[in-house]
Design a protein around this ligand. Structure first.
Ligand code: AMP
Ligand code: ZN
Length: 471
């Protein structure tokens, strides 16, 4: 069985991912903070982790994945208060939107999607363990993690923490602490709404941001698990703090492997509200792009390189994907020599493309190379079909190879039912009617009305066809 080799931020090396005896690969993904709809940058990271889990399954390795939902933090509390609601009510819509987008992008649903607010007792228990082991101190009722008590701190980001001076803010928490590097585990917040407070043996308050991921990952995956994932911005301080809390609490290694996904930029710039370049999945759908195109776009580049989103790039994705879909449709229509075996050259083409595909993904999830193997198969398959070498059985072999590859990319199968809306169909029919009656002016009006809706009409010898184009 081919083993996945994956870059490990902890060692800086590409290493084998090996499950523990009799266990699935246990992976944890830092999930969305549900204060607004996740943007395409967030989904670059989430789709990359979906490609990871699908690749493991493609390679025959069972997976147990936990992705948390962060439904408590300063912003959520502020926004919910301003709206006169509470956490539960406020986070309902963004959580639902996240699950919708996840389905749109054909992401597999992680086995466990725990909410932070439903795991406060586990966080309290972990803080109690840290207290008992002498890793904490309290200032005005808030509990801090003392980084000086964990000499290995900074190992993930290879950060020389000794250089961070007291008084320099490295965290968003605005509390007095012994050392600027220290971070809050529990905030005493007497002045906040009661729905944002929980009881704990060390006082009523709420958890700091980092503790939830340690508590929830260890609850569902065990104190040591295989892969921890997130975007590169989380390496420091979030993941560094997760390691400190978890390893000091248990005395064991926390995650064996750390996978970090580089950022998505928009036209070479970071996304920001002020630049007006923050796009989400419905924004792209509203521009007429399909979910399979968005998925291809988000998964086509290497996860360890920054990805530059451009509208031109998304249009190019349309062409690349249409090439695969057209080939697939061509294969479906091949019925020649039913019952005869597939030609050797076809079987060989499929097998060698699959081997390259698997090799590319197994080598640190090299998506561009894996997609090159897919496109190579399309070229070779088309050439063989042009030469009449692909019979019905051969077409079956090629479709099976594409289906197998699609277990990872989930966008190669041609979309079914791309149909006209009722209104568009009525316009289409009225144009055809007008043409029959030789009322070309009326036919032209209907054709233009369709064009305004992004539907272009083509009259071919085989009849009138339509296709969607972008405005
Ligand atoms: P958040 O909801 O802010 O906690 O972010 C969810 C995930 O998206 C985290 O893993 C972030 O690291 C990741 N992320 C945030 N911005 C980007 C971006 N521009 N490109 C890729 N991933 C991002
Ligand atoms: Zn996290």
């Amino acid at each position: 069985m081919t083993r996945l080799k994956l870059h490990n931020t902890l060692s800086g090396k590409i290493e084998d991912v090996v499950p523990s005896e009799g266990q699935p690969i246990r992976m944890y993904v830092c999930g969305p903070t549900v204060y607004s709809r996740a943007h395409i940058g967030n989904f670059r990271t989430f789709v990359a982790t979906d490609v990871l889990r699908r690749t493991l399954k493609f390679l025959g390795v069972p997976v147990l994945e936990v992705m948390n939902i962060t439904d408590v933090d300063d912003r959520i509390i502020q926004l919910a208060s301003a709206k006169g609601t509470d956490i539960r009510e406020f986070t309902e819509a963004p959580t639902k939107a996240y699950l919708e987008d996840l389905a749109t992008l054909r992401m597999e649903v992680p086995e466990v999607m725990p909410k932070a607010t439903e795991h406060v007792p586990e966080m309290v228990a972990l803080i109690e363990r840290l207290m008992a082991r002498g890793h904490t101190y309290t200032v005005d009722g808030s509990v801090y993690f003392r980084i000086a008590s964990f000499p290995a701190y900074g190992g993930l980001s290879r950060l020389d923490v000794s250089g961070i001076k007291t008084g320099v803010r490295v965290d968003t928490d605005k509390y007095e602490k012994e050392d600027a590097r220290d971070f809050v585990l529990w905030k005493l917040k007497g002045d906040e709404p009661s729905w944002a407070q929980w009881d704990a043996s060390f006082g009523r308050g709420r958890p700091g941001w980092h503790i939830e991921c340690s508590a929830m990952s260890m609850k569902y995956l065990g104190e040591t698990f295989d892969i921890h994932c997130g975007g590169i911005d989380l390496i420091f301080p979030h993941h560094e703090n997760e390691i400190a809390q978890s390893e000091c609490g248990t005395g064991k290694l926390f995650a064996k492997h750390w996978m970090h996904v580089d950022h998505l930029l928009v036209e070479n710039e970071t996304m920001s509200k002020s630049k007006g370049n923050v796009y989400n999945i419905p924004d792209l759908l509203a521009k007429g792009f399909r979910s399979d195109q968005i998925r291809y776009m988000l998964s086509q580049s290497h996860y360890r390189k920054a990805f530059n989103f451009t509208w031109d790039g998304l249009a190019q994705v349309e062409t690349a994907l249409a090439r695969i879909h057209t080939f697939w449709n061509r294969l479906v229509e091949i019925t020649e020599s039913a019952g005869a075996p597939a030609h050797d050259s076809v079987v060989l083409a499929a097998a060698s493309a699959l081997a390259s595909f698997e090799g590319a993904l197994a080598n640190d999830l090299n998506a561009p190379e894996a997609l090159a193997a897919v496109h190579g198969l399309v070229s070779e398959g088309n050439t063989l079909a042009d030469r009449g070498v692909v019979n019905a059985a051969g077409a079956g072999v090629l479709i099976d190879a594409l289906k197998r590859m699609d277990q990872v990319f989930a966008c190669f199968e041609p979309p079914k039912g791309d149909s006209l809306s009722a209104e568009e169909q009525a316009l289409f029919d009225s144009r055809q009617d007008a043409r029959k009656k030789r009322d070309f002016a009326a036919a032209d009006v209907a054709r233009k009305a369709l064009q305004e809706r992004g539907v272009v009409i083509e009259d071919t010898p085989k009849g009138t066809r339509w296709k969607r184009v972008r405005a």
